[in-house]
Design a protein around this ligand. Sequence first.
Ligand SMILES: Cc1cc2nc3c(=O)[nH]c(=O)nc-3n(C[C@H](O)[C@H](O)[C@H](O)COP(=O)(O)OP(=O)(O)OC[C@H]3O[C@@H](n4cnc5c(N)ncnc54)[C@H](O)[C@@H]3O)c2cc1C
Length: 384
Amino acid sequence: MNLNGTLSDEETIIRESLEEYCRRNIAPAYEGWIREREFPRSLMKGLSQLILGATVLPKDEGGVDEVTLGLLSETMGKYEVPVPAFLTMHFAKMLPLISDENTRENYVNRYLSGDLVLCGAFTEPGFGSDSASITTEAHLENNKYVLNGEKAFVSSPGIADAHIISVRTSEMHEERKHKGISLILVDSKESGLETYEDENMASLFRGDFGRVRLNNVRTPQGNIIGRENEGFAILMNILGIQRVHVGLYAIGLAMSALEEAIEYAKTRKVFGEYISKYEAISFRIADDWSKLQSARMMAFKALALNDSGLDNSAESSVVKGFGCEAAFEAVSHALQTLGASGYVKTSSLERKFRASRGFLIGDGTPEVQKLIIARKLFGKSFAP
Ligand SMILES: Cc1cc2nc3c(=O)[nH]c(=O)nc-3n(C[C@H](O)[C@H](O)[C@H](O)COP(=O)(O)OP(=O)(O)OC[C@H]3O[C@@H](n4cnc5c(N)ncnc54)[C@H](O)[C@@H]3O)c2cc1C
């Protein structure tokens, strides 16, 4: 992608093929999915033909750089690709890090053929933003990790085929609590792993949000992701870049809401005039568009920095914090533009309003993003 926003031929083809797939297979099916409350597994199969390889394969076999992946995340938001599929694609970056070769191949192949939905279970009832203080623990017994603890507010626990779980594998020391954390992949079929649904504001499918309880769950030692006690750094790396993709998903969603509002404002007459003619309406949309475009450009800068191996922590946090706030505000204003017609459940804006609110919490809140930016600006010793 150039600075002027034009795409290379390859980027155009990848984005357009996803757009085409979404137009044909997602938009017409959405109402039915919501009525059934069943996550459509066929979607994973469809995406496997198109883009699932993007996050796990080498570049010459279908893998893409982060900038190209960003175009896909934005498109997924625009067409409201269900979040379990969106997150699986990003969590899949951890599959090539599974330590045992056979296990690694098995899960990568299942993912590539569209037979694997993943969830990442890191938050606990007592610890969300402070993700290094977790208490879920795992220890080795006869070449198996034995896991005990509880995770909370997790996306897709009742849908996922495998869970990537953060656990404490060595004693916690207050000064370096992030040092003793590992990531372990646990198959949903393992006995002792139970999931519980918490319906939330934006729930669409059974099992798309809730808790995971681990009661003496035994999983092979080779299921560890990376090395023991080094999981926190991997998690921060993956979530650092995932933040930008979540931001782009929210921005894509919000841009589609603005498009709806613009079309509506050009057809709805009130007091004898199209409402687009009232500056209160059109300037508000102009403001929202400006903020979304700024956040979007920052997102692609953050991804380009990552592709060049440069630090992008502050830029990523701007996208997740400011970008998701701008997205929520834009969707809320778009709904307002439609008046009562936007407030009914049959309107996609009602759904987008609830979904975009969640992005202000999941994967790190705007407050925590400001903390990260402040640390970069002031240095750790002077930041809050
Ligand atoms: C839609 C959604 C999807 C989610 N998906 C997942 C998932 O897939 N996997 C998973 O593990 N978790 C998931 N979560 C959980 C999410 O990661 C946590 O909710 C989030 O990290 C915040 O943690 P908390 O809710 O415990 O809030 P807390 O950490 O208790 O924070 C409470 C409030 O204090 C603020 N705060 C915290 N620290 C500071 C500070 N230093 N300075 C100023 N303010 C501060 C926060 O911003 C927040 O407003 C999801 C949550 C939502 C809403």
